[in-house]
Write a protein that binds this ligand. Structure first.
Ligand code: NAP
Length: 313
């Protein structure tokens, strides 16, 4: 396993992380524990969860239990801001809300501190100064080590950076956005902003919900129990002709070089210098083993270019 710095910080994270949004939803406590143990034993250190996963708190609760006795071996990233109940007081990025939210996350995770605390979505109704001031106080109190954003646009990243600098506040060190070989839209604005200000990117949906694992075949029903089978009609966008065409071409490219599509999906992201960790979800320990081993293909500059061309189709 390769370890890299989380953005421009001194904190090291494994280049393959675990996205924990299956915990409490697709995975019970026992499966969660077996996934977490397999991950740590495979060298994975970063676990990305959110208060809203599970639903409402269950992912953090399961992760906290699964990490008992192993907290020191791991880096926990969580998020706040998504609705945790009815009404405007149960969501968002206001100081009133987030100071309560962090306490609830710490309790569910059964830990004294979070390594990374991320704003899940921009909150247009709260001035970013207020959010950054409250997050800065959490760092000063030792409840949080670093802060990050998620689903921000390029200008929102730049705005938050300059607000933090001018107020002498701690700044966002990571950006978590949708990014994979099937969706590269963040390369237009978000990636340049992160490179300019030294934020590390944590790509979510790196496997396009499984499309980039090789388990879905054009013209065939999704495998039983898979995510896209469970989604039913909602899976149509993921299972589109455009996506299958790219997947088929990427598979051929990987196989010609004696690699798999899964290895290409991880290794292409890991080859980008602005990626800190690829936080893929998993529903079994076997998937974790495969994913932990999938980021070690060192693509040449020429191969990176060829892959970029295929995936832009
Ligand atoms: P993903 O990583 O693109 O896909 C994960 C799914 O692919 C798994 O649940 C599993 O699905 C399948 N899979 C994984 N490894 C596999 C393997 N080796 N072989 C075959 N199938 C495999 O999507 P994700 O888990 O939804 O996203 C990753 C993480 O990003 C989340 O857990 C969460 O932490 C984060 N996230 C953040 C946001 C945000 O707004 N910030 C939004 C979404 C997600 P099945 O076994 O069920 O088929």
């Amino acid at each position: 396993m390769e370890y890299r710095n989380l953005g421009s910080t001194g904190l090291k994270v494994s280049v393959v992380g675990i996205g924990c949004n299956n915990f409490g939803r697709r995975c019970d406590q026992g499966t969660t524990k077996s996934i977490v143990d397999k991950a740590i034993d495979s060298g994975i250190t970063l676990f990305d969860t959110a208060d809203a996963y599970g639903p409402t708190g269950l992912s953090e609760e399961y992760l906290g239990k699964a990490l008992q006795g192993r907290r020191q071996e791991t880096v926990i990233a969580s998020k706040f801001g998504s609705p945790m109940g009815e009404g405007d007081l149960m969501r968002g990025a206001s100081p009133r809300y987030l100071i309560n939210a962090v306490e609830a996350s710490l309790k569910r995770l059964d830990t004294d501190y979070l390594d990374l605390y991320q704003l899940h979505f921009p909150d247009a109704s709260t001035p970013i100064e207020e959010t950054l001031t409250a997050l800065d106080s959490l760092i000063r109190q030792g409840k949080v080590r670093y802060i990050g954003n998620s689903n921000f646009s390029g200008w929102q990243i730049a705005d938050a950076e300059w607000t933090a600098r001018s107020g002498n506040l701690n700044r966002f060190v990571t950006a978590q956005n949708l990014y994979s070989l099937l969706d590269r839209r963040i390369e237009r604005e978000v990636v340049p902003a992160c490179q300019r200000f030294g934020l590390g990117i944590l790509p979510y949906f790196p496997l396009a919900s499984g499309m980039l694992t090789g388990k879905y075949t054009r013209g065939e029903a999704p495998p039983q129990g898979s995510r896209l089978e469970q989604w039913g009609g909602r899976a149509a966008t993921a299972l589109s002709d455009r996506n299958f065409e790219i997947v088929e071409n990427l598979t051929a490219f990987a196989e010609e070089r004696e690699h798999s599509l899964l290895e290409l999906a991880f290794s292409w992201l890991a080859s980008l210098p602005y990626i800190s960790s690829v936080i893929a979800g998993a529903t079994s320990p076997d998937q974790v083993s495969a994913n932990a081993a999938a980021a070690s293909w060192k693509l040449s500059a020429e191969e990176q270019q060829q892959v970029a061309e295929i995936s832009k189709q």
